[in-house]
Design a protein around this ligand. Structure first.
Ligand code: G6P
Ligand code: MG
Length: 214
């Protein structure tokens, strides 16, 4: 049975991963080390503070809590600037059609993102009103891979966890979805993402029938 769908934002609805990556890379370079795309995989789905900790660990740099606050703010400032010019054209292929199909079939859907910038991004791409509920980095206490973000989303939609489908492009997010007892579709390659129930590379491959048959 299919009761509700939960979407991650970054890398699933819109390709903000490249903006996050660029902002973290600049910060790493300023701190005197490099930060590769492979390193960046570890930051996907992870909260801002935790991302900074991973970054500093990669560069083997130690900072005080106060310095970390400044670094996180500096990264976010750049990121906010990068996303400020985003518009609907940056919505990933197949997303609009799939959301429309869910609406036609009366399947409610919510956002489940770790990002505190999620509401702003949704407004930029004009999808803020499309979602039946929004759970983001401002309303959760425990970051992915903790299931909290998806449990809150399902609760807001009044759906049973086992009848929810999660779309995720990050390893931490797939783990969060599975920990929530949900069916998880990995958006990306099965070689990189482990443990999802199904995989797609683009939302164009998805339709309601495919997740009803799950
Ligand atoms: C998403 C992204 C992460 C990002 C996190 C926090 O999960 O995949 O890369 O670090 O959100 O984003 P924020 O906008 O709050 O810094
Ligand atoms: Mg993501």
């Amino acid at each position: 049975k299919l009761e509700a769908v939960l979407f991650d934002l970054d890398g699933v609805i819109v390709d903000t991963a490249k903006h996050h990556y660029r902002a973290w890379k600049e910060l790493a370079n300023e701190l005197g080390f490099d930060f590769t795309e492979e390193d960046n995989e570890r930051l996907k789905g992870v909260s801002r503070v935790e991302s900074l900790n991973i970054l500093l660990e990669i560069g083997q740099v130690e900072k005080t809590e106060k310095e970390k606050e400044e670094l996180a703010a500096r990264k976010n400032q750049r990121y906010v600037e990068a996303i400020s010019t985003m518009d609907e054209s940056e919505i990933l292929p197949g997303v609009i059609d799939f959301l429309q199909e869910l609406k036609n079939e009366n399947v409610p859907f919510a956002l489940g993102s770790a990002s505190k910038n999620a509401p702003a991004i949704l407004k930029h791409i004009k999808l803020f009103d499309a979602f039946d509920a929004i759970v983001d980095g401002n309303s959760i206490a425990k970051a992915k891979p903790d299931p909290e973000v998806f449990l809150q989303g399902a609760d807001k939609l009044g759906a049973n966890y086992e009848n929810c489908v999660v779309f995720e492009d990050a390893q931490s997010g797939i783990e969060a979805g599975k920990a929530a007892g949900m069916y998880v579709v990995g958006v990306g390659s099965a070689d990189v993402l482990k443990g999802a129930d199904d995989y797609i590379t683009h939302m164009t491959e998805m339709n309601v029938e495919r997740i009803r048959r799950k």
